[in-house]
Design a protein around this ligand. Structure first.
Ligand code: UFG
Length: 345
């Protein structure tokens, strides 16, 4: 059974990916410092898959502990590196925290891989590297625009660190860089989902928390953009669809089917939806009314971006298949399950 190390495996995308890996028969080792996630996520993963993954509470910034971990779990076949800080606003206030967490952890990983003879590496990148693209839908060959936040910059620099490292030592590594668009929704079991600490920054957790009454009202950031209804457009993708792409990426490298040792793929649906379309669809499919008001623009927001996922569709044989309706139902089911759980406690 192939072994996969998943850093940040108790996080939102990480936990959904662990489920898909275990469903496909992979043995998973999670490392996470629980800085933005909860150990209870392991219970959810076990409920869904029947398997509790190995877990180590380790910070990827800690080289010595990482080295020991690689010694303990030898014969790792691939790494999926999710662990990173991801709040755009916080990164503007605490840039060094972001550069340290996101870049030192990546450097540690790339240094330790050849020492422990681990070759295959999947890196979580983001459509944020494109900034506001000139041409939509955006393909992987679109130019990288200056980052609008330290967070975005860590993803750009992260990609460069990987490229330079592999260029210097090509026989030691294979990597697949995945540029995520906007993951939303939750596992259909509602056992795992997105659980941000404190007030959510992202749209969907704010929507579901407003619907359940934790937040009074949702603010829509701007209705004067150059889009059909004036609100921003994103490519929202079901997190389970996104998770499945990671399993395919891992298999591709283990089976040596990759065509170069640095491959880059957009992971999106190819469909752009506005904030207001998301709100209306959420209300309709879940049969509820969402209190919201239009406020001013949020600094640093991109007006519109959606993916051209053709390259991933053709080369990986992967395609996002969930409808936005089903995705928004799953997000609401997860929020309701969370509320039920906290009542029971
Ligand atoms: N939005 C609102 N109200 C809210 C929250 C969001 O109107 O309360 C709008 C935003 O203005 C934007 C859309 O909803 O138009 C999506 O916003 P998100 O914050 O959910 O996501 P972003 O598209 O801003 O994504 C960015 C980066 C990602 C990064 C993510 C992490 O592009 O790379 O933030 O927070 F991963």
């Amino acid at each position: 059974m192939a072994k996969v190390l998943v850093t940040g495996g108790t996080g939102y995308i990480g936990s959904h990916t662990v489920v898909e890996l275990q469903n496909e028969g992979f043995e998973v080792i999670i490392i996470d410092n629980l800085s933005n996630s909860n150990i209870d996520v392991l219970n959810g993963i076990e409920k869904i898959t029947g398997v509790r993954p190995a877990f180590e509470n380790i910070d990827c910034v800690d080289y010595v502990s990482m080295d020991k971990m690689f010694e303990k779990y030898n014969d790792i076949d691939a790494i999926i590196h999710f662990a990173a800080s991801k709040a755009v606003g916080e990164s503007v206030e605490k840039p060094l925290l972001y550069y340290r967490n996101n870049l030192v952890s990546l450097i540690n990983m790339l240094q330790l891989m050849p020492i422990h003879k681990v070759k295959n590496f999947v890196f979580s990148s983001s459509c944020t590297v494109y900034g506001q693209p000139d041409i939509l839908p955006v393909t992987e060959s679109a130019p990288i625009k200056p980052a609008l936040s330290p967070y975005g910059n860590t993803k750009q620099i992260g990609e460069e660190i990987i490229r330079d490292t592999i260029h210097a030592n090509p026989s030691a590594y294979n990597s697949i860089i995945l540029r995520y668009f906007n993951p939303i929704g939750a596992h259909p079991s509602a056992e795992i989902g997105e659980l941000p600490n404190g007030v959510p920054n992202n749209l969907l957790p704010f929507v579901t928390q407003t619907a359940i009454g934790i937040r009074k009202q949702l603010s829509v950031f701007g209705d004067d953009y150059n889009t059909p209804d004036g609100s921003c457009i994103r490519d929202y993708i079901h997190v389970v669809d996104l998770a499945k792409a990671h399993v395919i990426a891992v298999k591709r490298m283990i089976e040596e089917k990759n065509s170069s040792n640095v491959e880059i793929f957009n992971l999106g649906t190819g469909r752009g939806l506005s904030v207001l379309e998301i709100l209306r669809t959420f209300e309709k499919v879940n049969n509820l009314k969402l209190p919201y008001k239009i406020v001013g623009r949020r600094e640093g927001d991109i007006e519109k971006v959606w993916a051209d996922p053709t390259y991933a569709n053709e080369v990986l044989g992967w395609k996002a298949t969930e409808t936005v309706e089903e995705t928004l139902r799953s997000a609401w089911a997860w929020e309701q399950n969370l509320a039920k759980r906290s009542k029971e406690e």
